[in-house]
Design a protein around this ligand. Structure first.
Ligand code: GAP
Length: 497
């Protein structure tokens, strides 16, 4: 039986308790909106990036990857439009000095000192009027006292200085998206890899935005990771009777949606949202977001934009270098159009955790289980000795861990009774536990050698099977490669009860 929907508080608390995500610099009081991935968080995050890279780069003949530097030539940001357009309107409270995004203020609950109730303080839900005096919010939503300034544009790029002198000529920026490195390296990649259109360049890495209102855990932070693809197409080509850029835009929307479903997000928690004409970015012809039903409500998980030839033309103009492709068939140079699937690693991680989280009742007790896709699970196997006082059991368990750890992240744990150990692994999403018991090793004093089998327990069904140690690595491989548990377990006996 499953109980209740996941709240952000539950995920924040699980993340801290079990080593997924910690507040950055916590012992100093924390750094606003910065988070550190702990021992399990880093595994989960690496797994997300690894399967993304494998599925979208390694396995495709039309994709290559790069890993560019975060600091780029400052003119990149002039050409891309970030210096002029990458701004949010902000308002400041004249009293408490807090800063808000002008377009987010009305989406906040607001503090109100109500004259109709002798100045009593109320917190009123976002967008609603006071039930006593009927007034709507005009003052600061946080302190309820200060007037807000008129909106001013605020550039979201982090500015820094290259080299030892802090002067205007040395100003540079931490990249606010990974995308631009794919555009400025377009010709390097094209020439060095002898590519033919259509082809894509992928990159996963850090981006930085001085967000005015970061928050909601790792959903919106000032330092985050992106997984972006720039997929270049010949604008003169037609595919299935449609312009190539429009065809590939739809293909990428489908492929990205299928990718999130494949790694476990529920179809009911995913939807597409078409950007209205007036919200399109300055470079985009069409943008579709994949939205996920986060604990904070439906919000953007990733965006897939048709950026046309805007970026290559801009960089060509500002650098003076030609960024074209020679179309052999038509004997002409063209500026490719680009389709950009842009995902956030941290948001994907939050979605995968939220979707996987379950509270179940098992034999009258609460079981918390993260039903993560096995490929994403931070720990693939936990090896657990049934009796930690028996040297032979412990030795065998350590040897099994060491053997399996050649291929996967595998842990050994003997710090509690077996039921407790299973629950600990369920809570962090470990798909398989392997238990070594007396039956495995036998009793040497009685001359027994044991059956040299271990019990594998599957996380979701909690079913068990006795598998020979000699076949264990192959069985785990089969399961992690997607073989259904009943099919694999059906080949082996159940443990004696
Ligand atoms: N190159 C296009 C681009 O950067 P975006 O929609 O601004 O597009 C892409 O960002 C994805 O990056 C978003 O869908 C989101 O998942 C992630 N992202 C953007 N800003 C973020 C932030 N402040 N914190 C965490 N993730 C963020």
């Amino acid at each position: 039986m499953s109980m209740g929907a996941t709240s952000m508080d539950v995920l924040v608390s699980l993340s801290k308790r079990r080593g997924f995500v910690f507040q950055s610099s916590e012992i100093y009081g924390g750094t606003g909106s910065c988070w550190d991935y702990g021992p399990l968080g880093v595994e989960l995050k690496n797994n997300i990036k690894r399967v993304w890279w494998r599925d979208f780069v390694q396995q495709r003949a039309d994709m290559v990857g790069i890993d560019a530097s975060i600091l780029m030539h400052p003119t990149v940001w002039k050409a891309s439009g970030h210096l002029d357009h990458f701004t949010d309107p902000m308002v400041d409270c004249r009293e408490c000095k807090r800063r808000f995004r002008a377009d987010h203020v009305d989406a906040l609950p607001w503090t109100h000192y109500c004259a109709a109730t002798k100045g009593n303080k109320f917190t009123i839900p976002a967008g609603e009027a006071c039930g006593h005096c009927g007034l709507r919010r005009t003052l600061c939503p946080e302190c309820g006292k200060g007037e807000l300034t008129a909106p001013r544009q605020f550039n979201l790029m982090f500015k820094t200085f290259m080299g030892p002198v802090e002067e205007d000529a040395a100003v540079t920026y931490l990249r606010p998206e990974t995308a631009q490195a794919m555009f400025v390296n377009f010709d390097n990649v094209l020439q060095s890899m002898r590519l033919k259109l259509p082809f894509g360049i992928a990159q996963a890495g850090r981006s930085f935005r001085n967000e005015i209102t970061p928050g909601n855990f790792i959903f919106r932070t000032r330092e985050f990771e992106q997984m972006e693809i720039e997929f270049f197409v010949n604008p003169n080509d037609r595919v299935d009777g449609r312009p190539a850029d429009e065809y590939w835009h739809d293909r990428w929307i489908e492929d990205c949606m299928a990718w999130f479903l494949r790694y476990g997000l529920a179809a009911d928690n995913l939807r597409l949202r078409e950007h209205e004409k007036d919200e399109l970015a300055h470079y985009a012809k069409r943008t579709v977001d994949i939205e996920y039903k986060f604990p904070i409500g439906w919000s953007e998980l990733m965006g897939i934009a048709n950026r046309t030839d805007f970026d290559l033309k801009q960089h060509s103009k500002w650098s003076g270098k030609s960024l074209t492709y020679f179309d052999d068939e038509r004997k002409e140079h063209v500026v490719p159009f680009v389709v950009e699937p842009a995902a956030g690693v941290d948001r994907a991680l939050l979605a995968f955790m939220a979707d996987a989280y379950r509270e179940e009742e098992v034999r009258g007790e609460k079981r918390v289980v993260l039903k993560l896709h096995p490929e994403l699970a931070p720990i693939k196997v936990a090896v657990l000795p049934l009796l930690k006082k028996r040297d032979d059991i412990v030795r065998t368990a350590h040897a099994i861990r060491a053997d399996l750890a050649k291929q996967w992240r595998v842990v050994y744990d003997d710090t509690a009774a077996i039921g407790r150990l299973y629950r600990r692994q369920d809570e962090v999403g470990t798909p398989y536990c392997v238990t070594v018991d007396v039956q495995t090793v036998g009793d040497s004093e009685r001359g027994e050698t044991g059956d040299q089998r271990v019990t594998i327990r599957e996380r979701n069904s909690m079913e068990q099977a006795r598998v020979p140690i000699a076949e264990l690595a192959l069985v785990i491989r089969e399961l992690l490669d997607g073989a259904p548990w009943p099919q694999v377990a059906g080949r082996y006996p159940s443990p004696r009860s």
